[in-house]
Design a protein. Structure first.
Length: 83
């Protein structure tokens, strides 16, 4: 079967229409050149508002990693050794 790429990748003419009404539950989206911002959210990006945030409890030394379970683990590397 032949695929008509003009139809497959067509962008609708109304793609850039801005809705007049405010939609409940949606944050305001601001377009700046080639990037997007959501000014009402922390760090201007709402995609991170329901994510798990954590900080490492101490400074890491060479060859250590802070794993996803919150523990500092050793990679068993000697100083100067490459991965």
């Amino acid at each position: 079967p032949t695929l008509n790429l003009d139809t497959h990748y067509r962008i609708p003419p109304e793609w850039d229409d801005v809705p007049e009404e405010t939609i409940e539950g949606l944050e305001k989206l601001v377009v700046v050149e080639t990037s997007f911002r959501e000014p009402s959210c922390e760090h201007e990006w709402c995609g991170t508002k329901d994510t798990l945030k954590w900080e490492r409890p101490a400074e890491l030394e060479f060859g250590q990693v802070f794993s996803g379970d919150g523990k500092i683990r050793s990679l068993s590397l000697d100083e100067g050794e490459e991965l």
